[in-house]
Design a protein around this ligand. Sequence first.
Ligand SMILES: Cc1cc2nc3c(=O)[nH]c(=O)nc-3n(C[C@H](O)[C@H](O)[C@H](O)COP(=O)(O)O)c2cc1C
Length: 432
Amino acid sequence: MFHMGWFLSNGFGVYGWNQQWSGNVAADVAQPGLFVDMATSLERAGFDYMMLEDSSVIPDIYGGNLEFATRKGTVRHDPMPLVPLLAAATSRIGIIATAATTFYPPFLAARLFNTLDHLSNGRVGINIVTASPHAAAQNYGLEKHIEHDLRYEMADEWMDLVTALWESWDADAVVMDEAAGVFADHTKVRRVDFEGRFYKSRGPLNTVPSPQRKPVICQAGGSPAGREVAAKHADTIIAAVVGVEAMKEYRDDISRRMIAHGRKPSDAKILFLVVPTFGDTDQEAHDRLDRQRAAAAADLEGALAGMSYTSGHDFSKFDLDGPFPDLTGKVNGHQSTYADYAKAGEGKTLREVASTRSVVESIELVGTPDTVAVQMKEAMEYAGGDGFLIAKPVTRRNITEIADGLAPALRRRGLIRSSYTYEHFRDNLLEY
Ligand SMILES: Cc1cc2nc3c(=O)[nH]c(=O)nc-3n(C[C@H](O)[C@H](O)[C@H](O)COP(=O)(O)O)c2cc1C
């Protein structure tokens, strides 16, 4: 059996507001309804989790101004207040929200996620990212963003500190002995007095231990430094590597790194990013994919803006018919994402890459729900990962295709769960 997640790639934001199936976005923007519908649908489908992406910036690298991003509706509301609303509508699915270790003070994050874990009855997770680009860092008062690998050293220490804070209360510290008038046993609550290279905190948390004590940790590092943090800390790792060989290499590499950290490879579930295209027949699905590809190829601007954001360099300045720009050693944003573009760009012009790479997906999935289920089974058997992360735009049409088309097809083959065994997120995630 494999695990399933959904990556909400625009976080608590806007998904295709002017597209054919995007619904009533004018009324829905910044409202929880669509996401609540999604949570209940994915729980019906037996998903392990939904993962809310986040960033704190309106990108202005492409073209050097805000025009493209504001025209396209590149906004993000804070995902944290949405979490309890999703939890209240569901009872088993895990809800992961993204927090940038570079900007979130560890005490604030530890306390927030402890509280969210209570409010969700043990179903919350954190996607730890080091964030990008410079403008995001400037929103938090920094001169510019911190160097890529140093950010991961900070993230590692950040994790040590938030973990120490979650453990500043023993699991059995709350006694609520009404007769003796003792709420908690003070010998089981302690300061952490953490003093690291980057962070300091006194502790303890002024909250009681939450159902999971420590929320599920999610990570998406692709570079060596990112993979190292993921292998050391994560319960689930999400990867956008391309092709079954790369998937296998990624799983093997993470397993090796986990063993070096004294962990079992089965302690972290790796989900690979996919963007399946469905139809009532295989032919219809292929026709739909062709139409989507043609639309993506026509949207050069969108591709260039995406490359600008992940690399931190303005791609509007490069010659479209020149070779794909070599920025090796000059990327402080999402290094491995740029490396994937560069690999695809070998021997090609920028125009060719921009018109072919609309989405990064691990394997191409296209056909009826039954066809796609078989494709997923075969890829997983070969690559040895733990499951898939759907990354389609959040529309009710896409949600229905997955929850009521793909999930039943997977379940008929015994590939996904038919019900949840446990109450808490981590227990279900690590069950198999
Ligand atoms: C599925 C997926 C989800 C991601 N979500 C976020 C996010 O919410 N916020 C963010 O700043 N970065 C996000 N990233 C970027 C990663 O944190 C990371 O920077 C990227 O994978 C490149 O790896 P590297 O930093 O090790 O070079 C995501 C990446 C992937 C593959």
